[in-house]
Design a protein around this ligand. Structure first.
Ligand SMILES: Nc1nc2c(ncn2[C@@H]2O[C@H](COP(=O)(O)OP(=O)(O)OP(=O)(O)O)[C@@H](O)[C@H]2O)c(=O)[nH]1
Length: 741
């Protein structure tokens, strides 16, 4: 017996975590929530408490004493049925007991149980049965009466409540109601439902039938453990502590996002921290008057779009940077829309105030048109004038962030297992999978077994944004971790589990689930889709990742692609690199809907597999011109026609002749379709393709034939291939142009 978390123990005992927490409290064991760890001693005590009642002598007596009250069995039944429900939530119990039926049935039930131990007693209450059996034995011994004559089967006991998940068949419902299926079918008929014994009934029918017998119905929803949302997440108010805000900076190109981030960091990284090697981990923390702020420095849009698309909400506050000399631009509007959709408060930083051409009034005016009205003008949006370049106004901005953060009352419980989101992830040659995590609740520790998206492992090492090794990371802290079996994706959720085995189980289950979902979806971008989307006006940008043999050609290619001019469509180079196409390239491409171009390089095996699974389009080229042409065609929506293979017939090799100068002639019989002189063929032996190529000669008797149909014999020779054997199968196919949809 080893340590366990509350929810795990609750699962084991088929009860709610809350019950366990309550029980532990009566034992003076201090636990805060379902993730709390309970030690061996507490587990032992809980085990005692949950032992079947019949094993406890003192309780035996109580039951004996209570035997005469008919209510006891009802109570026991209730308790047991409560036990049955683990990870199940009561959804509805609309079918209520009818007042006249229930007490009578309840009374019967009581009586049946008092008699106890009789054959045919269908009470499912185990503890009750054991007691009954014991009582029965005792009675038999005491009375020493000869065996009673066989008694008529007692009427089965109708339960007061039944449970179901999703649906029940007629026979399952009948069994639960201790009725014959034919009776249920009859009742259904009266309700206008013609059902067979194996027919699945909907919730309404189940409730109607059960209600008619005065039986309550409860629908159970089985929670999928692999869904992180399924884990109870209610922290008690008293466990919550204020946490730092997580801030994202967004704005139009060149309005100064990067400069502002740098400026904030430079002014606020304290001297004591300055020694640390600043590391790019996609996020960093500053401290101002003892209060921390976390900044995400992944491109603002990625933080919102990729992460939000995956259901992750990490940002608490958005800083909207607008250059005072340029005003509201398309990406400014986009940023506002993202922040609004995510219901994240916006602070406007009017930047480049040092410039002569700065016109903050114009910025304010333009922003009011998008619903951002400055406080001075009677609105509720905070505007701060800054010069990211000179460092002016940075303190004001930080103060405003702290203010908004206070208003938002951002809280988390640091004393629980960590949960959060992946900010960035990559495959590092030396360290393996490296992921930057943002802890959103709880505290992450080195050594914690963890599931991150569909990957799992144990936190091997943690590094903070200053490049320092840390052992723990509390709420709102970004850390880079190693120790995962694979590379997760930005926006993936992570969760710490009690042991590595569990983490592995959940991680593998999640991975399997995702693969299945992907198989169904198979809608990742490829050039053909792109063509269609461009045609429909959906896509304005082609994301491209370039891998080349040398840096020079990668750059040349990137430069050439950027220069392609097609109205309304832009090439965006997400990443260029040297060397083979790796799994992390594929993951990046998959996360950002990009196409990978390999120039004089190939994907390694892992990359090939992942590309297939992730449906990433990898284009391999050796001539720059071809790459440009291909991308340009895609942009113009003028891709070459697409061809698909169409099998036209199958031929069986019945004999072979060797003829000098000609080679092996196969004496064949067309078993399906036809074979034509110009078809391409595949020679298949024992299910394995031995040869693929062209027909050299197709003959009927001594004459050349254009085509030979099913049921006819023919002679075939293959181009540059003589190893044809009796029993081989020749499959003939043609390449057919398929229409684009
Ligand atoms: N005069 C002046 N120039 C600034 C200020 N802030 C940024 N710049 C300049 O504006 C240009 C763009 O700044 P960045 O910080 O790269 O802008 P960005 O929004 O991060 O741009 P992208 O990453 O391309 O979206 C740079 O040349 C900066 O030096 C400022 O406060 N005043």
């Amino acid at each position: 017996m080893s340590k366990m978390r509350v929810y795990e123990y609750a699962k084991k005992q088929n009860v709610q975590s809350k019950d366990i927490i309550d029980k532990l409290k009566t034992m003076n064991v201090d636990v805060s929530n379902h993730m709390s760890v309970i030690d061996e001693d507490a587990i032992r005590r809980l085990n005692d408490a949950y032992q079947p009642k019949s094993q406890k002598p003192e309780e035996k007596q109580t039951i004996e004493q209570k035997k005469n009250t008919s209510n006891v069995n009802k109570a026991e039944n209730k308790k047991e049925s409560k036990k049955e429900n683990t990870m199940k939530i009561k959804k509805d119990d609309t079918a209520k007991k009818t007042t006249n039926a229930t007490p009578a049935k309840g009374g019967n039930q009581g009586k049946a149980n008092q008699k106890g131990g009789k054959p045919g007693n269908r009470n499912t209450n185990n503890a009750g049965n054991k007691n009954n059996k014991n009582n029965n034995n005792r009675n038999n011994n005491r009375a020493k009466t000869p065996a009673a004559p066989p008694q008529p089967k007692p009427a089965p006991v109708m339960p007061t409540k039944i449970t179901f998940t999703d649906t029940l068949t007629v026979s399952e419902l009948a069994k639960k109601l201790t009725k014959e299926p034919s009776e249920i079918i009859k009742k259904l008929m009266f309700l206008g439902v013609m059902a067979t014994i194996n027919q699945e009934l909907d919730k309404e029918s189940i409730e109607l039938i059960a209600g008619d017998y005065g039986v309550e119905v409860e629908e159970e929803i089985i929670i999928d453990e692999t869904e992180f949302e399924a884990y109870e997440n209610a922290d008690k108010e008293e466990d919550l502590q204020t946490r730092p805000p997580v801030v994202t900076i967004m704005g139009h190109v060149d309005h100064g996002k990067t400069t502002l981030l740098d400026s904030i960091r430079n002014t606020k990284v304290t001297a004591s921290e300055a020694g640390g090697i600043t590391q790019h981990i996609g996020a960093y923390q500053i401290e101002d008057k003892g209060k921390k702020i976390t900044f995400l420095d992944t491109p603002g849009h990625a933080a919102f779009t990729t992460m939000r698309a995956r259901g992750a909400q990490v940002t608490d506050i958005t800083i909207l940077v607008v250059a005072a000399d340029d005003g509201v631009m398309p990406q400014t509007v986009e940023a506002i829309n993202h922040a609004k959709a995510a219901e994240v408060p916006i602070i406007v930083a009017v930047n480049k105030m040092d410039k002569e051409s700065a016109n903050p009034d114009r910025v304010m005016q333009e922003l009011t048109e998008h619903g951002l009205i400055p406080e001075d003008w009677g609105g509720d949006t905070i505007f701060v004038s800054v010069s990211a370049l000179k460092g002016d106004g940075i303190d004001d901005l930080i103060e405003m962030i702290q203010l908004v953060s206070e208003v938002e009352e951002l809280k988390a419980n640091p004393n629980r297992a960590a949960q959060g989101t992946v900010i960035e992830a990559e495959l590092d040659k030396g360290r393996g999978s490296v992921a930057t995590l943002l802890v959103q609740n709880g505290t992450l520790n080195v050594g914690d077994p963890i599931v991150v998206g569909n990957t799992f492992g144990r936190v091997r090492a943690m590094v903070n944004d200053l490049g320092r090794r840390v052992k723990t990371a509390g709420p709102s802290t970004p850390v880079e971790i190693t120790g995962l079996n694979e590379v997760p994706q930005a926006g993936d959720q992570f969760m710490v589990f009690v042991d590595e085995k569990k983490a592995r189980q959940i991680g593998e289950a999640r991975s399997k689930k995702q693969q299945e979902a992907q198989r169904k979806e198979s809608s990742k971008l490829n050039l053909e889709d792109l063509f269609n989307q461009i045609k429909e006006g959906d896509i304005k940008e082609i994301n491209v990742i370039i891998k080349a043999d040398v840096q020079g050609s990668a750059e040349a290619l990137a430069g050439s692609l950027r220069k392609i001019e097609v109205e309304g469509v832009k090439v965006k180079i997400l990443h260029t690199g040297v060397g083979a196409i790796t799994e992390s390239d594929i993951i990046l491409a998959s996360a950002s809907n990009a196409i990978i171009i390999g120039f004089n390089v190939r994907p390694d095996n892992n990359a090939k597999r992942t590309a297939e699974a992730e449906k990433v389009d990898v284009r391999l080229h050796r001539i720059i011109y071809n790459v440009i042409e291909e991308i340009e065609s895609a942009m113009k929506g003028m891709l070459d026609p697409e061809f698909a293979e169409k099998v036209i017939g199958q031929v069986e090799v019945r004999t072979t002749f060797k003829v000098s100068k000609v080679g092996t002639i196969a004496g064949c019989y067309v078993t399906e379709g036809k074979v034509t002189r110009d078809s391409t063929v595949r020679l298949i032996r024992d299910g394995v393709v031995i040869y693929e190529g062209k027909i050299d000669a197709l003959k009927r008797f001594k004459d050349d034939a254009k085509e030979v149909n099913t049921g006819y014999e023919c002679g075939i020779t293959l181009e540059k291939f003589n190893d044809i054997k009796e029993g081989d199968v020749i499959e003939a196919y043609i390449m057919e142009e398929i229409a684009r949809t």
